[in-house]
Ligand binder design. Sequence first.
Ligand code: ZN
Length: 142
Amino acid sequence: MRTNETSGKITKSAYEELILICSKALPMEACGVLARSENEDAATIIFPIKNVHNSPSNSFSFDPKEWTTAFFEMQKKGQTLVGIYHSHPHSAPFPSLRDYSGFLPSSELTYWIVSLENSLAPNVQPYTKSNGYFKAVSLVLT
Ligand SMILES: [Zn+2]
């Protein structure tokens, strides 16, 4: 039985990189995955993946080729996939209707939304998704 509450654990440097990547993608949504190195329990690595959605300013979908490359890169380095992130260039870090109808599956992964609504104060909110519902979990910087 799992007794630990899932949380969004991330190292400070990975967190800063995540925000930088999302800021650079403006005015489009950025997307990608978070991974952790062996013997780490926090996300340590960010893999940006090209957003190939046909309306990238308010939706995202992974470039399948870059996603595959990132996945094999992780395997090669013994890293573990922990989550999927995307940004909200102009809205709060709440899952949108598009996020609900999009491709994010219910799973053990965490789903991170980086809100750049206030560019001076980016707001990052991790979620879990089960039975089709997103549930906010706490962000923990390590
Ligand atoms: Zn979204």
